[in-house]
Ligand binder design. Structure first.
Ligand code: SAH
Ligand code: SF4
Ligand code: F3S
Length: 443
């Protein structure tokens, strides 16, 4: 008995995920691909037989963090030379072979379009061979991955529908690390969605670097949303990340009349200055963005809008920055991410003269103060309102549960009926710094 269990003891896989939601989805799929090789996931790197870092290249800090984390794995590898270390994701794609030169402890480097080849690469690593795969293969990786058999872990799941980007914003590495826009066929997505719903998933977030450029359905993303909405048991649909130029009429209309499409939209604008938008190659003006927001709000007046901003883009003056602040004041965002520009090797903007760091830091602080004020006001305005909450997991206090409202706010409730996967009506009673509290009305 003891001998047998030693022989069949599963190998342990630790995955650390950096960056965007698509990496979260990819990490799940990589774990599934390696489970066919006998790997089970662990939360503890110290007991792992393989450590995979699923990396992000979007800003310098994100990429450099990977190298410091790799450095920290060195004593672990020295103590257990059998430990295999892999680098996946966007740093892997951008730097490839260079990672092996800089970090000889790494055994395999796999880009985001090649991770269906991970089982072969893991076998090679076990035999002591190092491999690098950063191809953009002709075959669809999703066709070569095992069907999603594992029980879903929670009532909410990600589902990638589109990958890559052809927009080439002047600051951004994504078109280089994720390649050109590719949409998955609608039937595949629908069948994956049905499988997830059969395992208890009630909310799907459709993912794509440019999700609303989705063209795997004749009706675009709006058409796909409507087909998904017909799946019984699926209660909520979200999608991210959208580009303003791809918000077509069909999708806007779906926000107006498809109740399963949640009243929440992440719509990055980056800047409120036309001069900077042009230099960024965003291909729209601030005015066009404001008009688009009006159309979306006409279809769904209560929609909560969020965005991304970059400050300190090369050439940005105080007047350009003030135009961004003006845009934020006119839209009123429920939440937003704002970043200091980071020059990325290989992108057009990296060649241009930078705004002094201290100036960019100061703008970032002022923008974040305004965005935080808007976020607080949006949350405060929820107090007294009735929302629906999808319960996800226990909260920190005994008996308390936490879930997400239609507007994606975290909401704490305490009620015997508030169990994971249940959707209930909740009256919001208080607003904290990052979450709301509510009273359970019914389910
Ligand atoms: N596909 C999405 C977002 C991609 S990256 C979109 O089109 O908006 C997420 C966010 O990171 C971007 O919206 C942008 O605000 C920020 N970002 C991207 N490149 C950056 C850079 N070089 N420096 C600082 N922020 C950056
Ligand atoms: Fe990057 Fe988004 Fe621009 Fe594409 S649209 S280049 S992903 S910021
Ligand atoms: Fe980062 Fe790649 Fe996502 S660069 S943001 S992990 S697409």
């Amino acid at each position: 008995m003891a001998d047998d269990s030693t022989k069949t003891a599963p190998k342990k896989l630790f995955i650390k995920t950096y960056g965007c939601q698509m990496n979260v989805y990819d990490s799940e799929r990589m774990a599934e691909a390696l489970s066919a090789e006998g790997y089970v996931t662990t939360e503890n790197a110290d007991e792992a037989d393989m450590v995979l870092l699923n990396t992000c290249h979007i800003r310098e800090k994100a990429a450099e963090k990977v190298y410091s984390d790799l450095g920290r794995l060195r004593p672990l590898k020295e103590a257990r030379p059998g430990l295999k270390i892999g680098v996946a994701g966007c740093v892997a794609q951008a730097e490839g072979e260079e990672i092996l030169n800089r970090m000889p402890l790494v055994d395999l480097v796999v880009g985001p379009q090649s991770y269906h080849r991970l089982p072969d690469m893991a076998r090679a690593a076990a035999e002591g061979r190092k491999t690098v795969d950063t191809d953009f293969p002709a075959e669809d990786k999703f066709d070569h991955l095992p069907a999603r058999e594992k029980p879903a872990r929670g009532p909410s799941a990600f589902l990638t529908v589109q990958e890559g980007c052809d927009k080439f914003c002047a600051f951004c590495v994504v078109p280089y690390t994720r390649g050109v826009e590719v949409s998955r066929p609608a039937e595949r997505i629908l069948s994956e969605a049905r499988g997830l719903v059969d395992r208890g998933v009630r909310e799907l977030t459709l993912l794509g670097q440019n999700v609303n450029a989705y063209h795997g359905h004749p009706g675009g993303l709006g058409g796909l949303v409507r087909d998904l909405a017909a799946i019984e048991g699926l209660a909520r649909i979200r999608y991210t990340t959208s580009h303003p130029n791809d918000m077509d009429d069909g999708l806007i209309a779906a926000h107006g009349d498809e109740p399963k499409l949640m009243p929440y939209l992440h719509l990055p604008v980056q800047s409120g200055s036309d001069r900077i938008l042009k230099a960024m190659n965003r291909k729209h003006t601030a005015e066009a963005y404001l008009r688009l927001v009006e159309r979306i709000r006409a279809a769904r007046p209560d929609i909560l809008l969020t965005s991304d901003f970059i400050v300190g883009f090369p050439g940005e003056t105080e007047a350009d920055f003030q135009a961004t602040m003006d845009l934020v004041r006119s839209v009123g965002f429920g939440a937003a991410f704002s970043f200091k520009y980071s020059a990325r090797p290989g992108t057009p903007a990296a060649e241009r003269a930078a705004v002094p760091g201290a100036e960019a830091d100061d703008r970032l602080q002022r923008l974040q103060a305004l965005l935080t004020e808007q976020q607080r006001a949006t949350q405060q305005a929820m107090v007294g309102r009735e929302v629906s909450v999808l319960i996800e997991k226990p909260g920190r206090m005994a008996g308390q549960m936490v879930g997400k409202s239609d507007y994606l706010h975290a909401v704490h409730v305490t009620h015997p009926k508030a169990k994971p996967g249940v959707i209930g009506r909740v009256r919001i009673s208080a607003s904290g710094p990052n979450s709301l509290a509510g009273i359970w009305l019914d389910s």
